[in-house]
Write a new protein. Structure first.
Length: 81
């Protein structure tokens, strides 16, 4: 896997999207560099698997608190901020 610096982002080249170890490293790059370009086709199923490798699927704390009735109020613009 090779990381190429662009103007305001990074491009990942030579990545095997089916290799879990490489996908975990991609997650570290995304967390560190924020903007990553990966020009490969990824199935929806594999994308979910990759996201699960990066951590368990979750929802925002606000959604959790609202569903548990810990937080109540009127949302402004779709959120409680």
């Amino acid at each position: 896997m090779k990381l190429v610096e662009l103007n305001n982002a990074y491009e990942v080249k030579g990545m095997d999207i089916d290799d879990d170890a490489m996908c975990i490293e991609l997650g570290r790059l995304v967390a560190d560099k924020c903007i990553i370009l990966l020009d490969q086709k990824v199935s929806e199923k594999r994308l979910f698997e990759i996201q699960s490798l990066w951590g368990s699927p979750s929802r925002s704390l606000i959604e959790e608190y609202v569903s548990e009735k810990v937080l109540q109020g009127t949302p402004i613009g779709g959120s409680f901020f």
